[in-house]
Write a protein of this length. Structure first.
Length: 211
C-alpha cells in the first residue's frame, strides 16, 4: 500500500487523466482488568441511562468502501485504488470507482474517505461519476461495505482547476472531522493537454450512525 500525502495524491489525480480484499480494523471493545469478587444483588436497580457508557469514537465501526449509491438509487462498485509511481490507479472500467487506500476508511472518526472515478472514456463512453456533474448541496448518498453502510449529506460541490487542485489540501487532509470526498474530471476537454482542465470535487459529511 502506497500512502502518499494529500498534495502528492492531488498531483497524481491531475496527471492521471480521466478521458482516456481489504478488511477493516475495528478497535477492540474494552475488557475489564479483573473479575468481580461479589455478585450484584438480584434486587439491584439497573444503571441509569446517564451512567451507561458510549463507545469512544475510536471504537466505532469502520469499513472499506465497496459500493457507493447516489441520489436516485444509481450505484457503483468501489474497488481499492493504490498509487503507482505517484499516480492513483483509478479503475479503467468507467462503471466502477476507486477508493484511495491511503485515505480514511468509511466510518473512521477522522480524515477524508476519498473515492475517484472517470467521467468518461473514449472507448467505453460515459462513466458512472458523470452523475456527479448534477450533484447538488444537501443531496444524500450512501457508502457501504463489509456488511455496514453510512449515509452522507453533500456539503459542497466545486469545480477546481487541475493546477489549483494541488493546493486544495483541506478536502483531502487526513486530519479533522470524517468526511467523504468524491472526485472526477470536469470542465473543458483539452486533448493537447492530456485531458480535462478541471476536477469536480464533492465533499459530504456523515449523518446519523453506521448501520
Amino acid at each position: 500500500m502506497n500512502r502518499l500525502s494529500a498534495a502528492t495524491l492531488v498531483v497524481a489525480l491531475s496527471l492521471g487523466g480521466c478521458a482516456s480484499s481489504m478488511s477493516s480494523a475495528v478497535a477492540p471493545a474494552f475488557e475489564p482488568a479483573g473479575q468481580l469478587t461479589e455478585a450484584p444483588s438480584a434486587a439491584a436497580a439497573p444503571p441509569s441511562p446517564a451512567r451507561l457508557a458510549k463507545p469512544a469514537r475510536s471504537q466505532r465501526v469502520r469499513f472499506a468502501p465497496q459500493r457507493v449509491t447516489l441520489p436516485g438509487g444509481a450505484a457503483a462498485t468501489v474497488v481499492p485504488a493504490d498509487t503507482v509511481d505517484g499516480v492513483l490507479q483509478v479503475p479503467k472500467d468507467v462503471r466502477r470507482v476507486g477508493w484511495w487506500t491511503g485515505s480514511a476508511y468509511a466510518g473512521y472518526p477522522f480524515g477524508a474517505t476519498v473515492i475517484a472515478g472517470h467521467v468518461d472514456s473514449a472507448e467505453q463512453g460515459i462513466g458512472f461519476f458523470a452523475k456527479l456533474l448534477t450533484m447538488r448541496k444537501g443531496a444524500r448518498l450512501t457508502v457501504s461495505g463489509e456488511g455496514h453502510s453510512e449515509t452522507y449529506r453533500v456539503k459542497s460541490v466545486r469545480l477546481v482547476g487541475k493546477s489549483a487542485l494541488t493546493d486544495d489540501g483541506a478536502a483531502l487532509d487526513q486530519t479533522g472531522a470524517q468526511r467523504l470526498v468524491l472526485i472526477t474530471c470536469a470542465g473543458q476537454y483539452r486533448p493537447q493537454a492530456g485531458g480535462y482542465e478541471s476536477n469536480l470535487v464533492v465533499v459530504a459529511d456523515p449523518v446519523g450512525s453506521i448501520r
